[in-house]
Design a protein around this ligand. Structure first.
Ligand code: ADE
Ligand code: ZN
Length: 349
């Protein structure tokens, strides 16, 4: 067992599977875009806006951020910039959410959003050392009709850029009307995921994986409440995209990372990946998250390298891309170890 230092784990290569472009946007950019679009911003520094003590408050502020985003160029800018920031956090591959429900309500068509987002992904792939695919999250409170529209829109786009459909926002809504949207997403060959068991019950996780065909679950904080479901998730190797610090800061369902069920989930054999959620609005990225779990759970370097590799296992890239990522990560693990005077790994992972 090798001691993991914070500095070392920040530098590990990472995959990130739970990150929202709107919540990952830079505060300064949002202020500039608000001014350019004639949107009144309630404070000088948008960072001063980012004070929330539960998911509802967080989403109210999220809506203010979204109101500043109006043109395809705006969406290009926040998408590209948050991929630049991801590179700084050691992310080599990311599957990222965009949530058009907020701006659709303000009159911005989803096609405008996607024009900017997809162009930024193409540009970032060419310019930056990062791979990326997008997941369209429909807005749960907007209901089943909106969900179906989003599934059909997503289904008509280039699958190499838009790989999946998910759902976010508050959980305390009736989820049954989303069945048709998930069915349509499946027919279109989209991968499926859903925010579930974040501030709502484990029943929503069960719905996602038993009724909606979800291949991943976003958050899954409440999974261990249901031992049978936990056994099923382990058995079917359905990954969770866990965001411990977000659960402390946004959903406020746990007082600190040390009290989070992440370590217990992994001990039991759940494929629980590690992610940031909304790094811009939280001012806390996935490198900070790696450092946080080392501090909270005393993880060894081997465990942290395994967490990094689990991101590759859980991602939706084609098999050849996953194999290339794995080889690259393993080589980088050994280079990093060598730079800290540590012996190479011995075939772990
Ligand atoms: N949208 C952005 N972050 C979210 C979260 N943590 N939960 C639900 N919806 C979100
Ligand atoms: Zn999220």
């Amino acid at each position: 067992m090798t001691v993991a230092t914070e500095e070392h784990v920040r530098r590990l290569p990472k995959v990130e599977l739970h990150c929202h472009i709107e919540g990952a946007s830079r505060a300064g950019t949002i202020k500039e875009l608000a001014q350019a679009n004639g949107v009144t911003f309630p404070v000088d520094d948008p960072a001063d806006l980012y004070h929330f003590t539960d998911l509802n408050q967080f989403l109210d502020i999220y809506a203010v951020v979204c109101a500043s985003l109006q043109t395809a160029d705006d969406f290009h800018r926040i998408t590209y910039e948050c991929l630049e920031d991801a590179v700084e956090a050691g992310v080599r591959y990311r599957e990222m959410f965009f949530s058009p429900g907020f701006v659709i309500k303000l009159g911005v068509p989803v096609s405008t959003v996607w024009a900017g987002v997809s162009a930024a992904v193409i540009d970032a792939r060419a310019d930056l050392d990062i791979g990326c695919r997008m997941i369209l999250d429909f807005d749960k409170p907007s209901g089943g009709g909106h969900a179906l529209e989003m599934a059909d829109f997503a289904g008509a786009q280039d699958r190499d850029l838009l790989i999946g459909m998910g759902a976010d926002s508050v959980e305390r809504v009736d989820h049954r009307p989303f069945a048709a949207a998930y069915e349509s997403a499946g027919r279109h060959g989209l991968k499926r995921t859903m925010h579930a068991g974040e501030d709502g019950p484990s029943d929503n996780i069960a719905l996602a994986v038993r009724e909606f065909g979800c291949e991943r679950v976003d958050h899954g904080f409440r999974l261990l409440d249901d031992p049978e479901l936990t056994a099923e998730i382990i058995d079917r190797r359905i990954p969770l995209t866990v965001c411990p610090t977000s659960n402390v800061m946004i959903a406020n369902v746990v007082p600190d990372v040390a009290s989070h069920p992440y370590a217990r989930q992994r001990e039991l054999g759940v494929l629980a990946t590690l992610n940031s959620d909304d790094p811009g609005m939280m001012r806390f990225d996935v490198a900070d998250e790696y450092a946080a779990v080392v501090g909270a759970f005393d993880y060894s370097l081997e465990e942290m390298e395994q967490i990094s590799l689990d991101g590759i296992t859980a991602c939706w890239a084609p098999d050849d891309e996953k194999a290339a990522l794995r080889s690259r990560f393993e080589a980088e693990f050994d280079q990093l170890r060598s730079s800290y005077g540590l012996p190479a790994r011995n075939g772990a992972g």
